[in-house]
Each structure stands twice: as C-alpha cells, then as structure tokens.
Design a binder for this molecule. Structure first.
Ligand code: AMP
Length: 114
C-alpha cells in the first residue's frame, strides 16, 4: 500500500491542523504558512496527486472543490474578493502531491500572479 499523503494524515487527524470546513467530499484547513489573512487549503478526501491526474470520473469532485472553496471564502468573510490557486507540478510551485485549492483573501492581489 502506498504511503499516506501529508494531507491524508491531516484528514485522518494524525497531524494537527485548524480545520475550518468539512463535507463528504473534502476538508479545508488553514495553511501553516499563510500568504494572506485568509489562506486555507481545500483538499479532496480522495488523494489525487495533482489536477492533471484527475480523471473524467472526478469531474463532479473537482466541481465540489470549487463550491467548497467559495463556501470557505464566504464563511470566513471574504465573499467579495478572494483568489483560488491550484499549483500543478513542482515547476508550478506544487510541494504537496495531494490535490488542493488555495483560498486566499484579505489583501490586494497582483495580476499576472508571480
Ligand atoms: P503547494 O505548494 O501548492 O503544494 O501548497 C502546499 C501548501 O501546504 C503550502 O502552502 C504549505 O504552506 C502548506 N502546508 C504544508 N504543510 C502543512 C501543514 N502541516 N498544515 C497546513 N498547511 C501545510
């Protein structure tokens, strides 16, 4: 059996985190190194390594992640302006290979992103 991802260990409460949202498909917790006043990670319970690894059968789950990200932003008081980021692959900055959506809010964001 392959080793559990860091985020699966958070989902299973083996590693502590500040969980702020949970449903049957996914969980959201605060990023340990926040880059904005709100910086949460929305993570599917299913450990898909990265978005490029998602299959057609995961289409509904991908939608659930975006809906959950919006709920987290709203629940945390940032419904009007927030940014969602998915890093795909180490060249794009991905460091944890369990798909996740960053939810950032509470500061000005530049475009194009860095
Ligand atoms: P990425 O670089 O897109 O793969 O994002 C991984 C994110 O996970 C980074 O923003 C890290 O700060 C965050 N992270 C790593 N370990 C933990 C942890 N134990 N609890 C919460 N966030 C974490």
């Amino acid at each position: 059996m392959s080793e559990k991802t860091l985020f699966s260990r958070i989902i299973d409460r083996e590693i502590p985190s500040e969980i702020i949202y949970e449903d049957e498909h996914c969980i959201a917790f605060r990023d340990i190194s926040p880059q904005a006043p709100l910086h949460a990670l929305v993570v599917p319970r299913k450990p898909i390594p990265k978005v490029a690894d998602a299959a057609a059968a995961d289409a509904g789950l991908l939608g659930q992640l975006l809906l959950a990200a919006g709920k987290v932003a709203e629940q945390q008081g940032y419904a009007d302006a927030y940014r969602l980021v998915i890093n795909n692959g180490s060249g794009a900055g991905q460091t944890v290979f369990h798909l996740h959506v960053h939810v950032l809010g509470g500061r000005a964001f530049k475009w194009p992103p860095g």
